[in-house]
Every structure is written in C-alpha cells, then in structure tokens.
Ligand binder design. Structure first.
Ligand SMILES: Cc1cc2nc3c(=O)[nH]c(=O)nc-3n(C[C@H](O)[C@H](O)[C@H](O)COP(=O)(O)OP(=O)(O)OC[C@H]3O[C@@H](n4cnc5c(N)ncnc54)[C@H](O)[C@@H]3O)c2cc1C
Length: 483
C-alpha cells in the first residue's frame, strides 16, 4: 500500500482513478493494471480492503460483515476467483435455517419439512392458499408493484405472512406494501415450491437443485480484496487506504480531478478517467460545479439501509451447525446470525472456542442505531442465551460492534424513477463510469460487483459493455441445474 503517492505516474500513460477499495473497485484496478495501458490508483476511505465484503479481526478471531459466501453461475468468474486465491479456497457445506417462534425451518424453504413443522391445520391452509393464488393468477393476473404483491403471487398469503412479511419488514424497516417488487424479483425470482419439493424428494441429476455448498476463502471473505490490492501493487498500481474522495471537479462534460481527503489534508488528484464504486447518492453531492438541481434532488431520494454487526467470542467449541440462521421473530431485534467457524475453522484461533456475528438491520439515527455498543453486546448475549437458548450467558467472553452505513440499496416505490434521472445525467460525463453495488444502486452480490469491475475496465480497454445488464438473470440465485 502506498502512503503518499505520485499520481499520475510520470510514464505518460493515461491515468485512471478508482474510488472505493471493495471487490468492484479493486477488480477494475486489477484488470487495468494487468493490461499495462493505464496508470492506476485506488483510494479507499477505510483502513482495510473489501468494503462490505471485508473481514474484521479481533484477538485473532476473524469476522465478515455478515457471512459472505461466494456463489456464481458465471464460470469465468469462478476461474477468476480460483486464479486469485488458489488453495486459499475451501468448499463449505451450507446449512441455513429460519428461527420462528421457537421452531426451526430449513432455508431456502423446503416444503415437506416446513409443512410438518407448522402442523396440519396451518399446512393445509398454506397449501390451499398457494393453489388458489396460482389458479387466480391464471384467471385474472394482478399487477405486481410492491414487495407484498410479489411475495403473495409467488407463495400465497399464508406462506407470505409466515416466512416473508416479518423478515422483510425487519430488513427494510417499512411495510412490504411500501417496498418495490424489484427486490423480490432479484432475490427469489423463479424460486418455486415445485423445485423445493422435487429437491427434497429426488435430488435427481437432471432436476434443478438448491445450492447446498459454496466456496469460501479459509481466512474470510476479505481475502478476495486483499489479494486484489496486493496484485495491483505488484503490477505497479497505487493503492491507498484512509483516503476519502470529497470532491469531483468537472469541466466541459469531463471529470478533471478529484479532491481527496486524508486525515486533515486535502489533495487534488488529476484524472484522465474516473471509476466510482462509492454510494451513488453521496457521489452525486460531490460535484463542483454541482449537478443540476433535479438530479441532486433525485440522488437525495435514493436511500440505503444500514447495518450493525455485533461480534462475540464464546468459550465453547461450537454453538450450532448452521451457516446462517434467519431470525424472524419481531421481539428479537437481531435479524441474522452466523458462526464463522462453520464457514472455515481458520476463522478462530482456538479450537475450544467459537465466535458469532449478529446482524441488526437499521437506519442511521433510528432506535437500533442509537443503542450504545455495550447495550448491543448485552442484548445480543441475552437473546442468544435466554430467548434462543443457544448458549449460556457466562460463555460470552467479549465482543465488539461494527457499524456499516449504506449496506443495502433501498428499493422504495420511487427508486426506479429517481435512478432514471440520476444515471442518464452521469452518463453525460464522458470519462466517468459508476459501478459496483452502491455505485450502481443495485442489489448486487460480490460476483455481480466483481463482474461490473471487470467490464468497466474492459470498456476502457476498447470493449463495449453495459454495466446495467449485470445481475439481470432470470433464474433464482439459489438454484443450480445439474448437468
Ligand atoms: C450483510 C451482507 C451480507 C452479504 N452477503 C453476501 C454473500 O453472501 N455473497 C455475496 O456474493 N455478496 C454478499 N453481499 C454483497 C457484497 O457485500 C457486495 O456485493 C460487495 O461488497 C459490493 O462490492 P463493491 O465494491 O461494489 O462495494 P463496497 O463493498 O460497498 O465497496 C465500496 C467501497 O467504497 C468505499 N468508499 C465509500 N465512500 C468513499 C469515499 N468517499 N472515498 C473513498 N472510498 C469510499 C467504502 O469504504 C467501501 O470500501 C452481502 C452484503 C451485506 C451487506
């Protein structure tokens, strides 16, 4: 990593500045550095690589910002990851469950076991509802606008109320009728009860199957970004942590320079090309001269949901066998749990101990965000011990809290309209590309984010790619088709 770099390099190659050292920005930097045709600099405001996909360390324990599994249907991306991390990768068995009112259900929902757990009356109601919804949809299809419409259409009212409404409202903090159907489309499009039943019954080689294994770096997901940064540096690129972009200076439809802040000092970095992965709304506010009022207004209406992770060390060898547990109950504040050791034993330094990460979905300034770190540790420990009975309270050896603004692009009912104003305005700036999850304001996973990084770089190398077309697959992410 470079402390005070000279940029652009003196070698007369055109310069590319990349804002954000998460998977998207670092992949773009890697691909451009590899080409040898540009002088490349990546600036990242945190003192760590990886953005939302980074791994925190504490007393030798390693914690992702919520468990991050690698999964993609794009074989070239699998090869890219393998070439980057090689033997650092392992296969992890996926066991995920939903916790709802003291009972556990498989996730993704497996219909047979779920019906058994919910009891015959609810099961019959859910089945009937599901059939009725599908018959009604054939006879007179209803428009799908909100998240509620989309879930009801796909699963029927009973399953929607049991398994989707409560949890989605925890994640987004609003009623499902006020959130866009697009999120459901991206997350569970094509997830069919029929697939779930067939998956449970026959595990055939020809039937589509729900993913039960995934790839994971032995020392946490942050290794992807750390390796990318190492490679950029080894190819002569410049990577800087603790540098925050604060101003985008434009002239005649081009970005001329970026004002970057490091501690209390400001630098003006001249650029030939700019790639930005930082949150789209914040990025739009940085322009000098400012973007037109209508664009700024729409950018200001694009919101993100935030996240807090509470990370605990436990004096017991194991808590559960799960990779994730989704907590649906309203009176338990946390939304999701994972035990890093179940992802890779190398996430803990001591085989007689384990650790756990609890995710709290929230918005900056709300009642969850305002809880002190100590209160969050106490609430998490108490809920794990007394409500869910996973541990004894005295097994909590310590913990810490991490706060993550801008974790989830928030698809409210107007986001498409606002994005439709912001994106074309930015496309007018000829030497700028926005990419990645927050940069595009799209609910992208790491593979999609990395793909946008590769494609943005290749656009600069003479190819023509539409970054908006990434993550438009028609099929449910959780399904793989066996050959
Ligand atoms: C809880 C959670 C779980 C997830 N689980 C998975 C999973 O299992 N599998 C999966 O594939 N994906 C998962 N994701 C999604 C994954 O984290 C993202 O797709 C990926 O991190 C996006 O990469 P990015 O580079 O686009 O953005 P980010 O990771 O957001 O990186 C952007 C970077 O820009 C930096 N930045 C912001 N402002 C500035 C500034 N002004 N100046 C300089 N730098 C700045 C930020 O600090 C950050 O490092 C999960 C996300 C969350 C929140």
């Amino acid at each position: 990593m470079t402390d005070y770099p000279v940029f652009p390099a003196i070698d007369k190659r055109p310069s590319v500045l990349i804002l954000g050292g998460g998977p998207a920005g670092l992949t773009a930097g890697y691909e451009l550095a590899r080409s040898g045709r540009y002088s490349v600099m990546v600036i990242e405001k945190q003192k760590a690589w990886g953005g939302l996909a980074r791994t925190l360390t504490h007393r030798g324990y390693r914690f992702d910002i919520g468990g991050h599994r690698w999964f993609t249907k794009n074989e070239s991306l699998n090869k890219f990851l393998k070439s980057l991390l090689g033997d650092e990768l392992r296969n992890t068995r996926r066991v995920s469950r939903i916790y709802l009112e003291g009972k556990f259900y498989d996730y993704p929902l497996k219909l047979g076991p779920a019906l058994m757990t919910m009891g015959p009356v609810t099961a019959a109601k859910a089945g009937l509802d599901y059939l009725l919804t599908h018959v009604m949809e054939r006879v007179s299809p209803r428009p799908v606008i909100s998240m509620e419409d989309a879930y009801r259409k796909q699963f029927g009212n009973t399953l929607y109320r049991m398994f989707f409404k409560q949890y989605s409202e925890k994640v987004w903090g609003i009623d499902c009728s006020e959130a866009s159907a697009d999120w459901v489309d991206q997350r569970v499009k094509g997830m069919s009860i029929v697939t779930a039943v067939l998956d449970a019954l026959i595990k055939s080689r020809t039937v589509a199957s729900l993913i039960d294994e995934f790839v994971y770096p032995r020392k946490g997901i942050g290794r992807i970004s750390e390796r990318l940064a190492e490679e950029i540096e080894s190819m002569g690129g410049i990577t800087c942590q603790g540098w925050e972009a604060a101003g985008i200076n434009t002239e005649e439809g081009r970005v001329k320079s970026v004002t970057a802040r490091r501690e209390n000092e400001e630098y003006e970095i001249p650029v030939d090309y700019l790639l930005s992965t930082i949150p789209l709304n914040e990025f739009c506010m940085m322009f000098d001269p400012p973007l037109p009022g209508g664009v700024l207004n729409s950018a200001g209406l694009l919101r993100f949901r935030d996240l807090i992770t509470v990370n605990l060390v436990l004096s017991r060898p194991k808590m559960t066998d799960d990779t994730w547990i989704y907590i649906h109950d309203k009176d338990i504040l946390l939304g999701r749990l994972h035990e890093p050791k179940n992802w890779s034993p190398e996430m803990v330094p001591d085989p007689y101990r384990t650790s756990v990460v609890a995710e709290y979905f929230c918005s900056r300034g709300d009642e969850i965000w305002r809880l002190s770190d100590q209160m969050l540790v106490d609430i998490t420990s108490r809920d794990l011990a007394t409500r869910m009975q996973f541990i004894n309270l005295n097994q909590v050896e310590g913990g810490f809290v991490a706060r993550h603004p801008n974790a989830y692009p928030f698809y409210d009912l107007d986001y498409r309209k606002n994005l439709g104003i912001v994106r074309p305005a930015l496309k007018e700036i000829s030497n700028l590309q926005v990419l990645g999850r927050s940069g595009l304001f799209r609910y992208n996973n790491m593979d999609h984010s990395i793909e946008t990084g590769l494609l943005a770089a290749r656009n600069l190398l003479g190819e023509k790619h539409d970054l908006d077309a990434v993550n438009m697959d028609a099929e449910y992410h959780e399904i793989i088709r066996r050959k």
